[in-house]
Design a protein around this ligand. Structure first.
Ligand code: BTN
Length: 234
């Protein structure tokens, strides 16, 4: 992979969209984003040099990119001595005191015939670096006692792991993802849209397409696909 390292951008996702000449296997890392974007229209706080803000151009027909990125991110974090779980479908989390805290988010977008994979990893943040409302639910490599890594080193490690994970066959990817998915077997709330109050359920199984089967208290079962609903760990 080719890595371009920029200083400040609004969002590395937007930067790639504005540069159609950037071809697959090109990655863009920014030291700071002024308008980092998350899923579902949320923003992604991107303070200077405290996190890895990386977008990667991939061919548009790449299958299962979100699970692939989650597995690669987990392995990259393990190399920084942080053991994390995958919260379906696209967050990497660490369990502390019975609650899950997020330290990596993944956003995949199709644009202009390219797949743009965005990955944000919180690395150097201390508690005070997160906005007060995020402090109970976020963490970072530093807060988890991981080894000291720069965002650039983390990007290089992540890209190595991404290449390895892209080469896995479907069974190996499923095994790796499901072995670390913390959602299965837990109480969840199924939300169709962000304003949805959420319907309580239990996540009972992960199918081969990475959809989750949920069971509601009245016995009804449903298969939930990513992009269609989110599962809040209850
Ligand atoms: C999420 O948690 O909902 C996804 C967060 C994705 C953040 C990354 S940081 C690099 C890339 N540029 C962006 O604006 N977003 C992604």
């Amino acid at each position: 992979m080719r890595l371009i390292h920029l200083g400040e951008v609004d969002s590395t996702q937007n930067y790639i969209k504005l540069h159609p000449e950037l071809s697959p296997r090109t990655a863009v890392l920014a030291s700071r984003q002024t308008a980092g974007r998350g899923r579902l229209g949320r923003s992604f706080a991107s303070p200077e040099n405290l996190g890895m803000y990386l977008s990667v151009v991939l061919p548009p027909d790449t299958q299962n990119i979100t699970p692939i990125a989650a597995v690669a991110g987990r392995k990259a974090l393990a190399r920084a001595q942080v053991d994390c779980g995958i919260k379906w479908v696209n967050d990497l989390v660490v369990e502390r005191g019975g609650a899950f805290r997020k330290l990596c988010g993944i956003l995949a977008e199709l644009s202009g015939g390219r797949l743009i994979l965005g990955v944000g990893i919180d690395i150097g943040q201390r508690e005070r670096d997160f906005p007060p409302e995020l402090r109970p639910i976020c963490t970072s490599v530093a807060l988890e006692g991981g080894r000291t890594v720069t965002p650039r080193e983390m990007a290089e490690i992540f890209l190595e792991e991404l290449d390895r994970t892209l080469a896995l066959d479907a069974d190996a990817l499923y095994d790796e993802y499901s072995a670390h998915c913390v959602t299965i077997g837990r109480a969840v709330e199924v939300k169709r849209v962000p304003s949805d109050p959420g319907r309580p359920a239990v996540a009972v199984a992960l199918d081969r397409d990475f959809a989750v089967e949920v069971a509601y208290p009245d016995g009804e079962r449903e298969v939930v696909f990513s992009g269609e609903a989110s599962l809040r760990l209850g």
